[in-house]
Unconditional design. Structure first.
Lengths: 161, 787
């Protein structure tokens, strides 16, 4: 066992982990941050996407020890300071961009990373960027629409809410 | 939107806030004090005799609590099949024992051979590696046709063969059916495969068993679409536990699509092991386990024949299907290729003679059961493909050929036992032509061709039987359960309401849409109404969510219970206003005496019910809580017409979905936003089946596509924005909301449109391709073009 320390959603966090402990396990089981979901074992589904030092990372693909000293952001830290939904979260609710909610944390974290680098992505750029995030419920329609809306684009002409 | 609340409005989903902030409560998020973890040692061969299992080394490994094998479950029952199908000779289906842990024979890759419970998951995994198995391999039976050969190895030695049942439905007279084909002006024949799929909800299955010694009570937390059904099956058939001592909780569930209907071995194991180990036992499926332990879907091999007269009227339809059951009969497995499939073969058409034959087959593969649509996609696919092929052979317009044969008068009794109450197939096709912009297709095709691509247009119709189902009818057909649903409306003294519903929401948004109905009926703000679901300890009873039944069946129960509430509340209001309850009207949460200005508010009446000082106690009980069980009089029949436009790259065979349009008739609609979302999701899965997904086994029974690296799930860049319309509405005539259900339509209606479009594209390029089996991967399309 080894000690690991990092900043998670702006707060200091530390714990004892095995060498093989994944960042996703550390967040879920030791810190109780169960919003980061695990939907596969091969780094395909993206339900576990978090930000590590500002970059989107699949938390199932990083050892907890590799995050030593890093700044980690998870879905639990995304809402505005007053607890209201942030722009991306609100767009997902407004445009029905989620159904069962399981892929949603990863989708929101990926969307945030995309919009940081590309504030006005096209539909195709969004679809390409989400290559690493699987959703089984929405057929992606309203996820793509929500991300376009979150970036300030007019989505009123896109068929059917 | 005409209003922002009530039936027909699209309020934002209230469940979204917790899902968007990481505050959901999925089963794997639950940890019970002192819990141990189980790791299942699963078979890595498809068929073998277990000579011995040596667990002695594993039992001494660090942290190990107990190791279980099949012998530990010798005294408990097997997992039951919920539907007994009678074959064409009047005999029952062959029904093998389905053990919790393999009892001497391994019958599919993924079957549980042993289970290790340990303090940590890592310890359980490590110890499982120390279990020594002595196996004698047996020949694997994988291919269905080979499994039915006389000399085939048997999956179950105690059965007479690998045939589960040979079932005939519709017109049973072979000679009469043959005569219709003999006298036909044209017969179109098509042989096709409905590819095997894995449901793959994004949340893998989880089970946590708890046992409380002091009260002899069990709690199972599980990822289920129907916790009461799990409790009933597990208690009555598997573990022999008293039902009232067992609580099953299915909290937030991350998608199901059918795969979380069924009672699984892991649920019974964790419940059983919690008592045996004296501590809670938790199992979280990996995705790798999910591929080889979640029930699969589809997997039909079919030959369909359509007879037409000289005027292109359909005169007879005959279809013969082999349907894979896998190694054991999962909960609803035998109903899927029979009564959820054969009954739909008339489709939207007035074909007078329909004969359906289905042979279900045991193989050394994972059990196969319902997946979104369940039997209805298989029926729709073969029917809408053979019609398209017929149109091409006859030089007829595929839309005109369909229109000519539409059922146009309702109610309509089909030759395959259903009575469609309402529908308007002409209207949905008219709407589709508009939404899909068929008029603009020629120009779009020309543009594609300019870019070196082939462009195709494909259309299909669908009908489905939803709102499962009238209990007396399904009982006659072999169902071993009733298929009603239940709701309890509990009004609190202050007027807020909890509705306890038997339906389970795992993405469908019931927490938003169900309160819309109750609030609308009473005329109060929706924020005063919550639903409670997914817990047998809180919800009185329910049969759960599948078959697009939630609003049609459970929603109807909720309406009936609310009607009882209103009836009683009117009596209380009448007493308060010294009037006759027949004169009381309820509008916008106010009770008024008709024709007067006397009124009392909803909250005054509810408070009076619980503080009955001025109250007719001799006539009326205090309190305001009512339960209703609702058993539908008929199935509901959503229908629609779908259109797909594809581009095919002739150099690579890659298919791109350029446009997809859906015109559905779901009857009345509670929340249009949610309904659109349900259709979108179904379309995504249907396009996945048509182009990408395939659960492929090799001849040894190894699942080749057993991870997301090998099984092609649809991704955001595989699909377009969809054009979805549901303004054609012929309300259901036999439920109080006039609703039909919308959950499965997208998955049922989309695969044939995709394939029809690809065939159209290839033929436009001068290729004589008439069929390609799904998934239409680039390799298959290229091979068909160049074969």
């Amino acid at each position: 066992m080894a000690k690991v320390s990092m900043t998670v959603n702006g707060k200091d966090a530390s714990g004892e982990v095995e060498g093989r402990t994944l960042l996703s396990s550390f967040l879920r089981e030791q810190l109780g941050l169960t919003g980061t979901h695990v939907g596969c074992d091969t780094s395909q589904c993206g339900a576990c996407v978090v930000h590590v030092d500002g970059k989107a990372v699949k938390a199932c693909t990083m050892l907890a020890l590799e995050a030593e000293g890093a700044e980690v952001a998870t879905i639990e830290g995304q809402a505005n300071a007053d607890g209201s939904l942030n722009t991306i979260q609100q767009a997902f609710q407004d445009h029905h961009g989620l159904q069962c909610g399981f892929c949603t944390p990863g989708m929101v974290m990926s969307a945030a990373a995309l919009l940081k680098d590309n504030p006005k992505p096209s539909e195709q750029e969004i679809r390409d960027y989400l290559e690493g995030n699987l959703c089984r419920c929405t057929g992606y329609h309203n996820i793509v629409k929500a991300i376009m809306a979150a970036s300030g684009q007019d989505v009123s002409s896109i068929a059917a809410e | 939107m005409p209003k922002d609340q009530g039936i027909g409005a699209s309020p934002k989903r209230r469940e979204d806030v917790r899902f968007l902030t990481g505050a959901g409560n999925y089963t794997d998020d639950i940890n019970v004090n002192g819990q141990a973890y189980v790791h299942f040692l699963r078979a890595d061969v498809a068929h073998a005799t277990i000579n011995s299992i040596d667990t002695s080394a594993a039992e001494t490994m660090p942290g190990v609590v107990k190791v279980f094998t099949g012998a530990d479950f010798a005294e408990v029952g097997g997992i039951p099949c919920g539907w007994g199908v009678t074959d064409r000779h009047g005999n029952p289906q062959q029904e093998p024992r389905h053990p919790i842990i393999a009892d001497g024979t391994i019958r599919h890759v993924g079957e549980i051979v042993a289970a290790v419970v340990a303090d940590t998951l890592e310890q359980a995994r490590d110890a499982a590696e120390a279990i020594e198995l002595d196996l004698s391999d047996k020949p694997a039976v994988v291919n269905m046709a080979a499994a039915l050969a006389e000399d085939a190895a048997k999956v179950h030695e105690d059965l007479t063969s690998n045939l589960c049942y040979d079932w005939v439905f519709g017109n049973p007279d072979d000679d009469a059916v043959q005569a219709a084909f003999d006298s036909a002006a044209h017969v179109t024949t098509l042989e096709l495969v409905n590819n095997r799929l894995v449901a793959n909800p994004m949340e893998p299955r989880v089970a946590i068993g708890e046992y409380t010694r002091g009260t002899d009570e069990y709690t199972l937390h599980t990822t289920s679409q129907n916790p009461h059904v799990i409790r009933l099956l597990m208690c009555a058939f598997v573990l022999g536990l008293p039902e009232h001592k067992v609580r099953v909780i299915a909290p937030d569930v991350g998608g199901g699509f059918g795969s979380k209907i069924f009672h699984y071995a892991e649920e019974a194991f964790c419940t059983f092991a919690a008592k045996a180990c004296g501590r809670a036992v938790k199992w979280t499926s990996t995705r790798a386990e999910a591929f080889i332990s979640d029930a699969h879907g589809r997997d039909h091999v079919t030959k369909i024949e359509l007879a037409l007269d000289a005027d292109n009227n359909f005169t007879a339809l005959r279809t013969n299907t082999m349907a894979n059951m896998g190694a054991y009969l999962s909960t609803f497995s035998t109903s899927v290729p029979s009564y959820l499939h054969g009954t739909l073969m008339a489709g939207n058409y007035k074909t007078p003679i329909v004969q359906v034959n289905v042979k279900t087959v045991f193989t050394n593969t994972v059990p196969v059961d319902a997946y979104r649509g369940a039997g209805r996609p298989e029926a729709t696919f073969q029917l809408e493909r053979v019609i398209d092929k017929a149109a091409r052979e006859l030089g007829a317009d595929p839309i005109a050929l369909r229109r000519q044969n539409f059922i146009t008068e309702f109610p309509y009794e089909t030759p395959v036992a259903l009575t469609y109450d309402t529908g308007d197939y002409v209207a949905t096709m008219d709407k589709l032509e508009e939404v899909a912009d068929i008029a603009g297709f020629a120009a779009r095709r020309a543009e594609s061709e300019k870019n070196g691509k082939l462009r195709g247009f494909g259309v299909n119709c669908y009908i489905e039987a939803c709102g499962i189902a009238p209990s007396n009818i399904v009982g006659m057909l072999g169902a071993r359960a009733g298929l009603y649903d239940a709701a309890t409306v509990r009004v609190n003294a202050t007027g807020t309401i909890s509705v306890f519903v038997g339906a389970h929401s795992h993405g469908q948004g019931h927490e938003t849409s169900f309160p819309q109905v109750v609030a609308d009926m009473i005329g109060i703000d929706e924020s005063m109404v919550d639903i409670v679901h997914g817990d047998t300890g809180r919800v009185p009873f329910g049969m759960g969510t599948y078959g697009s039944r939630s609003i049609a069946v459970c929603g109807s129960a909720m309406v009936r219970a609310t009607e009882k509430i209103i009836s009683k509340a009117k009596k209380i209001a009448a007493h308060l206003m010294e009037a006759s309850d027949a004169d009381i009207e309820l509008k916008d949460g106010q009770f008024t005496v008709a024709g007067t200005d006397k009124s009392v508010a909803w909250g005054d009446v509810t408070l009076t019910a619980y503080v009955p000082h001025n109250y007719p106690l001799e006539e009326l009980e205090p309190g305001l809580e009512e339960t209703a069980f609702y058993d539908p009089a008929n199935f509901t029949y959503p229908s629609g017409a779908y259109a797909c436009e594809v581009e095919v790259d002739p150099d690579t065979g890659k298919v791109t979905i350029e446009r997809f349009a859906a015109a559905d008739d779901f009857g009345n609609i509670i929340n249009p936003m949610i309904v659109d979302g349900q259709v979108h999701g179904g379309l995504g899965q249907g396009i996945g089946q048509a182009l990408l997904e395939n659960a492929a086994y090799d001849e040894d029974g190894q699942l080749l596509s057993a991870s997301f690296m090998d099984y092609a799930m649809p991704r955001a860049d595989d699909v377009p924005f969809y054009q979805v319309d549901h303004t054609c509405q012929t309300p259901c005539t036999h439920n109080p909301l006039g609703v039909k259900g919308c959950g499965e339509a997208g998955a049922i209606g989309s695969p044939p449109a995709v394939v029809n479009a690809v065939i159209d594209a290839l033929q436009s390029g001068g290729k004589s391709v008439t069929h390609i089996d799904m998934p239409l991967s680039p390799a298959r399309v290229w091979a068909a073009m160049n074969g």
